[in-house]
Structures are given as structure tokens and as C-alpha cells.
Design a binder for this molecule. Structure first.
Ligand SMILES: [Zn+2]
Length: 270
């Protein structure tokens, strides 16, 4: 599943093709993904010039000179393909630029989404209204986290996956950051001390930044946004490594809650 670093990398790849490009063809190839695709998407984007691309949590935003912003989410299996050799049945949106470049949003499982909002109102796009700060942004500090977690009996892992507390963190990076910071995933969120919260904030930034630098990572086949194969596959500290050694020498364990796996080390995570 694409996580924040994959979306960041995807937006960077799209930017290399779309920045300042005029869209000559915008073709939704079905009426919906997870949600309906706006019926006026084609009309509002065709002929528009892309002025900026950005990311919020796991959403990509594409601004045009008409004051519209297309917002996409990659869901479970979505990816953008650049200059694909052919358009297949899972390419649900095809975009062409005046320079003749072709992009397709490919999403076999269709858990992704495509939406269109006015650029000056994107902050009130529903998924964003309750969302916490970006984990790589300056608002995400140990002071902020301490304030939000005070008195919380829920696990630190569940708290970090709560998009209202911090935006865009998924299972992989939460497992990795908790291992790096030496914090047990089951520990009550309100019972992680200030010093360890500071280590946690640093660990979150480090695991995300390392993945972005490496070009993103995923467990599924995932073409790079520039169309190249061989997407970086990262060596995780604990994720997907049940029974293998932790960096401390002990063994990585796995527990399952609500169908979701947590990988951790009982020796160095307290
Ligand atoms: Zn360990």
C-alpha cells in the first residue's frame, strides 16, 4: 500500500512532467473509483495549465491556472504511470500534455479517489478538515504530541495511526519508528514520557525521510512515477520480519489486532 513517502515520491515524479504543462486531454475511463469522479473533471481540466503540485498526508494535489485543484489518493494499489506503452483496463484516468506526455492513474483495486475542488478552498476538503499536522512539518513536535496524548489510554501505536493526531502515517512507518525509538507499540499513549516522545518524533522524521530519499518503498509491485521499473525495496528494521533478528540481537515478534499486524521487539521496546 502506498504510504506517505510513496505519495511524496509520486508527486515529485508527476511534477517533473506536469509543472507548467498544459493539459490537452483529461479522460476519466470510468465513473468512479472508491467515490464518484466529478462529472465535470474533463471539462474543467482540459486546456488548463498546471501551476503547482503538492502533497497533504497521503493525498496528491495538482493546481491549475483556472483555480481548480485535482486531489488524488492512491488507495491500496494505485500508481501513476508515465508514458505507458499501452492503456489497460486498470488505467482509470488518462492525462495528456501539450508536449505529448501521457500519464495514467492505474488502480486495479479501485480504493483510490480522484476529486476536484477550488484551490482557494482546498483546506476545507472533507478529509483534511480534522487532520493533524504533517509528520515532516514544523508543527509536529514533542510538545505538540505530549499535549495531544495527555491522559490517553489507547496504545501509542493506535494514537500514531489516528490521522487527527498526525497526518499520513501508516502501519509500516509506525512500526519502524516505534522500534527506532524503543517504545512498545502497546504502551498507553499517555504514558510515554517527554524525553521518549522527543525520540519518537525524531524517529518518525528519520524513517519517513530515509524512505523518501530512497525513492519510496512498498511491498507491492510499484513502478516509479517516471515509468521506470525496479522500485526501491527497503530493508525494514522490524516490518514483515517476524522471527528474524532485531538490531539489538533479540527476535522480531508479530501480534495481530483487528486484522492488522504489529511487528516489534520485546527486548528493546518498552
Ligand atoms: Zn530489539
Amino acid at each position: 500500500m502506498p504510504e506517505l513517502p510513496e505519495v511524496e515520491t509520486t508527486v515529485a515524479g508527476l511534477r517533473s512532467v506536469l509543472q507548467d504543462a498544459v493539459l490537452t486531454r483529461v479522460e476519466p475511463r470510468r465513473a468512479d473509483l472508491r467515490f464518484p469522479i466529478p462529472v465535470d473533471l474533463r471539462q474543467r481540466l482540459t486546456g488548463a495549465k498546471v501551476t503547482a503540485l503538492s502533497r497533504r498526508a497521503k493525498y496528491g494535489l495538482i493546481d491549475t491556472d483556472r483555480g481548480d485543484t485535482m486531489i488524488f489518493h492512491l488507495g491500496m494499489s494505485g500508481r501513476w504511470r508515465v508514458d505507458p506503452e499501452e492503456i489497460g483496463k486498470h488505467d482509470h484516468l488518462v492525462v495528456e500534455t501539450a508536449a505529448g506526455r501521457v500519464l495514467s492513474l492505474n488502480d486495479p483495486r479501485r480504493f483510490g479517489s480522484i476529486d476536484l475542488v477550488r484551490s482557494d478552498g482546498w483546506l476545507s476538503y472533507r478529509p483534511f478538515t480534522q487532520m493533524g499536522p504533517e509528520p515532516l512539518g514544523t508543527d509536529f513536535t514533542s510538545d505538540y504530541l505530549a499535549e495531544r496524548l495527555t491522559g490517553k489510554a489507547t496504545s501509542i501505536k493506535a494514537a500514531l495511526l489516528d490521522q487527527r493526531i498526525v497526518a499520513g502515517l501508516g502501519n509500516i512507518y509506525v512500526c519502524e519508528a516505534l522500534n527506532m525509538a524503543g517504545i512498545a507499540p502497546t504502551r498507553a499513549a499517555g504514558r510515554v514520557g517527554k524525553v521518549r516522545l522527543a525520540m519518537l518524533v525524531e524517529a518518525i522524521r528519520e524513517v519517513l525521510s530515509a524512505a523518501i530519499v530512497a525513492g519510496g518503498s512498498t511491498l507491492r509491485d510499484y513502478a516509479r512515477p517516471d515509468g521506470e521499473l525496479g522500485y526501491f525495496s527497503k530493508q525494514w528494521r522490524v516490518y514483515g520480519r517476524e522471527g528474524e533478528p532485531c538490531l539489538c540481537g533479540s527476535t522480531v515478534l508479530r501480534r495481530v489486532d483487528g486484522g492488522r499486524s504489529t511487528f516489534y521487539c520485546a527486548k528493546c521496546q518498552k
